[in-house]
Design a protein around this ligand. Sequence first.
Ligand SMILES: *[C@@H]1O[C@H](CO)[C@@H](O)[C@H](O)[C@H]1NC(C)=O
Ligand SMILES: *[C@@H]1O[C@H](CO)[C@@H](O)[C@H](O)[C@H]1NC(C)=O
Length: 194
Amino acid sequence: MARVPIFASKFILLLLLSSFATVLVSGDQDHEFVRRLDRKLLGLKKEKLSHFKLYWHDILTGPNPSAIQVVPPPSNTSRTAFGLVRMIDNPLTLGPEMSSKMVGRAQGFYAQASQQDIGLLMAMNFAFIEGKYNGSTITVLGKNSVLSTVREMPVIGGSGLFRFARGYVQARTQKFDITTGDATVEYNVYVFHY
Ligand SMILES: *[C@@H]1O[C@H](CO)[C@@H](O)[C@H](O)[C@H]1NC(C)=O
Ligand SMILES: *[C@@H]1O[C@H](CO)[C@@H](O)[C@H](O)[C@H]1NC(C)=O
């Protein structure tokens, strides 16, 4: 076995160490605009799983509608009203009755995105006004096949107490008035958050 002179082996070791050091820091130093953070610095402790049960009221008629059509279906030949968009500011209450305590509002819009059936694209923030949740929001974005018994939609994020939120909701129609189009939908929200 060939003997490597002692000074040469020291040099190689030095070379190896310095290249490792370069690799270790370069990840953070390549870009001045990004750095690793300890999650404790943002006050993030343990991730929790919460379940909220709320009732969502879509009121199309009467003196104070909460859902207003902003785009009519562009074609009058579409059986599914494809293209229709309604902006919503729907009450979220604790019980199925409108008179029960309101804990937030579902703000956003839904659009009829299916040409074959009733399949809405829902894009809405659940903006809470109750207790410690006041001012915090949960963002729901998904497909709502309103004629199905249970519709699942993703929770894609949130703000305030729901920073880094992810999860899903399950929507079940509780009441639908065929003449007015008004609907009450039970929403079960399952969400991971800190
Ligand atoms: C549908 O739209 C076309 C073109 O705008 C119009 O000529 C026709 O009368 C409409 N049909 C109905 C049933 O409203
Ligand atoms: C929620 O927060 C808003 C704005 O900070 C405040 O005006 C309101 O009184 C709060 N509501 C409740 C129920 O705490």
